[in-house]
Write a protein that binds this ligand. Sequence first.
Ligand SMILES: [Zn+2]
Length: 75
Amino acid sequence: MVCMECGANAEKGYTTSVSDLGNCLLIVRKVPCYKCTECTEVIYTGEVIKRLEEIMERAKQFTQEISIVNYNSAA
Ligand SMILES: [Zn+2]
């Protein structure tokens, strides 16, 4: 995988995704991604983006102000 920002090599890793859904702050831990070795760019594959959107949809029904879920256990 190559970084779209700077063209450097991006390595496989994990990141924490933070999304502000308005009524709730969603934190998804251990999200698989590619991290650029030169800049701060983080790249998600299409599959991961789709899954994050599903998790966000579900999180909108949560009543907590802050929700922390693990990517793998958020089935
Ligand atoms: Zn980069």
